[in-house]
Design a protein around this ligand. Structure first.
Ligand SMILES: Cc1cc2nc3c(=O)[nH]c(=O)nc-3n(C[C@H](O)[C@H](O)[C@H](O)COP(=O)(O)OP(=O)(O)OC[C@H]3O[C@@H](n4cnc5c(N)ncnc54)[C@H](O)[C@@H]3O)c2cc1C
Length: 471
C-alpha cells in the first residue's frame, strides 16, 4: 500500500481521476500479454504531460516507490508486470502526434500513441514509417521503442531502433533529458537515444520521440511459396538473400501454423505442406517485377510445390493479415498460448525448426512455429493450459532447451520481444557475466534506487523460467 501523503501528492499532480488505487484498476494492471504472470500494483497513474511525469518521478523517488511504465501491455515478456508492486504509469493520455516535419521527413510523437494510428496518419501524408509489429493495432509507439519492436518489414527496413532519432525522457530523479534530434548525423557523446531504445522501461520514462520517416514504395507484390520439404523452404530463404534480393517481407509458417491460420482466415491453403513462405517485395514497379520473377525461379529450383502470386492488393492484404493473425489463430486452440522468439542466423532456420520439433516431441508438448524467416526470427508457440501444472513444467523445460539450441546455433534468446521477466534468467547465456556487469552498471547510473521497472532484465538467478503470483 502506498503512503497516504504520497497518494495525496500523486493525486495533486495528475488530478483526482487520473490516479487510481481501487482493486479494479490494480487488477487490470497486474498482468500483460504474457501468460501466467500476475502481480498487483499499489496504484495506477495516468500522466498527461512530461511535467507531470517529472513530478511523479520526483515524488516516487522521494518515497522509494517502484514504477512500471506501460503502453498497452501487449508485450510478451512480462515487461509490465509490477513484480515489486508500486505504481503502474499508463501512457495512454500522452497520445498526440506533435508534428510531422515535411522538410526533414520526421515526426514527433508522444509515447502513448497507438502504432497503427501513427502509421495511418503519416501514410495519409504520403510518407512511410516501416516498423510494423503484428500488434500494431493495439501497441503504442512508446512500448515499441522500449522493446525495440520489429515486424514483417524488418528484413528490408530494419526495426524500431532504425527510426528513432531523438527522445525526450524523464529520469528516475525526475530530471528531463533530450537525446538526438531531427538529425541524420549526431556523434556528440554516447548514443543515449539508441541506449534507451530497447531499455524496457528500466532506464527512463520516454515522454516524446522523434521518428524518421521515409518515402513510401511505389508498388508492392506479394506471393506465397509452399513446400513439402522444410529444407527446400529454408534453402529458398538463404538463396534469395544470397542472390542479393532483400524482400520487404519474408515470413515462414510451419505445418501446424498453416492449419490453424487456414481455419481462421479461410484461405484454402494446402494443408499437407511442411512450410509456407510469404514473400513481399516493394519498390519501383520494374524492380518489383524483376525480383518477384527471380524469387519465383529460386522457389522452383528449390522444388516449391505451389507458388501463388497475389493478383490484387486486397488478396495480398489478406495473406499478410493471415500471417499477422498466426498468434491469434493459435490462441484459439487451447486456454494458454506461450509465444517465444528465439532467433538464429537465417542459414540455420531449418535446423532450428527441426530442433524445435524434436524438443516438442521429447517433452510431449504442442509447439507450432512461424516467424520472420528473413531475419531468422522464429516464434515457437506452445498451446497449453496454465491450470495443468505438470504440462506447464514440460513446456518450460522445452523452452529452456529451445533457448539453448538457439544460442548453440549462433542465435539469441529474443529477437524482438525483449527480456522482461521471462527471459531474464537466460540473459547471461547470451551476453556473458561481463556483459551483465556492464548492463548492471548502466542501470545503476540511470536508476541508483532501482525504481524503474525493477525485477526486469536482470534475474536473481539464471536459467529458470519464473512463474510469479503475487497478491
Ligand atoms: C498478438 C501480438 C503480436 C505481437 N507481434 C509483435 C511483432 O510482430 N513484433 C514485435 O516486436 N512484438 C510483437 N508483439 C509484442 C508487443 O506487442 C510489443 O512488444 C509492443 O511494442 C509492446 O507495446 P505496448 O504499447 O503494448 O507496450 P507495453 O507492453 O505496455 O510495454 C512494453 C515495455 O515497454 C515499456 N514501456 C512502455 N511505455 C514506455 C515509456 N513511455 N517509457 C519507457 N518504457 C516504456 C514497459 O515498461 C515494458 O517494459 C506482439 C504481441 C502480441 C500480443
Amino acid at each position: 500500500m502506498l503512503d497516504a501523503t504520497l497518494t495525496m501528492k500523486l493525486r495533486q499532480i495528475v488530478g483526482e481521476k487520473h490516479f487510481r488505487d481501487d482493486k479494479e484498476a490494480r487488477v487490470a494492471h497486474s498482468y500483460d500479454g504474457t501468460p501466467m504472470l500476475q502481480s498487483l500494483p499499489d496504484g495506477v497513474i495516468y500522466p498527461g504531460s512530461t511535467d507531470e511525469v517529472s513530478a511523479i518521478m520526483k515524488a516516487l523517488s522521494e518515497y522509494g516507490v517502484p514504477v512500471v511504465s506501460r503502453g498497452s501491455g501487449s508485450n510478451l515478456c512480462g515487461g509490465t508486470v509490477p513484480v515489486e508492486g508500486g505504481v503502474v504509469m499508463v501512457m495512454h493520455r500522452m497520445n498526440r502526434l506533435l508534428e510531422v516535419d515535411l522538410e526533414n521527413l520526421t515526426a514527433t510523437v508522444q509515447p502513448g500513441m497507438i502504432t497503427a494510428a501513427f502509421t495511418a496518419h503519416v501514410e495519409a501524408l504520403g510518407l512511410f514509417y516501416p516498423p510494423d509489429p503484428s500488434s500494431m493495432k493495439i501497441s503504442t509507439i512508446g512500448g515499441n521503442i522500449a522493446e525495440c519492436s520489429g515486424g514483417l518489414r524488418g528484413l528490408k527496413y530494419g526495426t524500431t531502433k532504425d527510426y528513432v532519432i531523438g527522445l525526450e525522457a524523464v529520469l528516475a530523479s525526475g530530471e528531463v533529458i533530450r537525446t538526438g534530434g531531427k538529425l541524420m548525423k549526431d556523434v556528440a557523446g554516447y548514443d543515449l537515444t539508441k541506449l534507451l531504445v530497447g531499455s524496457e522501461g528500466t532506464l527512463a520514462v520516454i515522454t516524446e520521440a522523434t521518428l524518421k520517416l521515409v518515402p513510401p514504395p511505389a508498388s508492392k507484390k506479394t506471393m506465397l511459396a509452399m513446400f513439402k520439404d522444410l529444407y527446400g523452404a529454408a534453402r529458398t530463404v538463404s538463396r534469395i538473400i544470397e542472390m542479393r534480393i532483400i524482400p520487404a517481407t519474408l515470413e515462414f509458417m510451419d505445418n501446424p501454423t498453416i492449419r490453424v491460420v487456414d481455419d481462421f482466415a479461410k484461405l484454402g491453403l494446402p494443408l499437407d505442406m511442411e512450410a509456407i513462405l510469404l514473400i513481399e517485395q516493394d519498390g519501383d514497379p520494374e524492380t518489383v517485377e524483376r525480383d518477384i520473377e527471380r524469387i519465383r525461379e529460386i522457389c522452383e529450383a528449390e522444388k516449391a510445390d505451389r507458388i501463388d502470386v497475389a493478383e490484387t492488393r486486397e488478396q495480398a492484404e489478406k495473406l499478410l493479415t493471415a500471417r499477422r493473425s498466426a498468434f491469434t489463430a493459435l490462441a484459439r486452440l487451447r486456454p494458454t498460448t506461450i509465444l517465444e522468439d528465439a532467433t538464429v542466423p537465417r542459414s540455420r532456420i531449418a535446423d532450428m525448426v527441426l530442433r524445435i520439433n524434436d524438443i516438442a516431441q521429447k517433452y510431449g508438448v504442442s509447439i507450432a512455429t512461424f516467424g520472420h524467416a528473413g531475419d531468422g526470427n522464429l516464434h515457437p508457440t506452445a498451446t497449453t493450459d496454465a491450470r495443468d501444472k505438470e504440462e506447464i513444467h514440460r513446456v518450460e523445460q522445452a523452452f529452456e532447451e529451445i533457448f539453448e539450441a538457439a544460442i548453440e546455433l549462433g542465435g539469441t534468446i529474443t529477437g524482438e520481444h525483449g527480456v522482461g521477466l521471462v527471459k531474464a534468467p537466460f540473459l547471461e547465456w547470451k551476453v556473458g557475466p561481463a556483459g551483465i556487469a556492464v548492463m548492471r552498471g548502466i542501470k545503476q547510473v540511470f536508476d541508483p534506487q532501482n525504481l524503474l521497472n525493477p525485477g526486469k532484465m536482470f534475474a536473481k538467478e539464471t536459467r529458470k523460467r519464473v512463474v510469479i503470483d503475487r497478491g
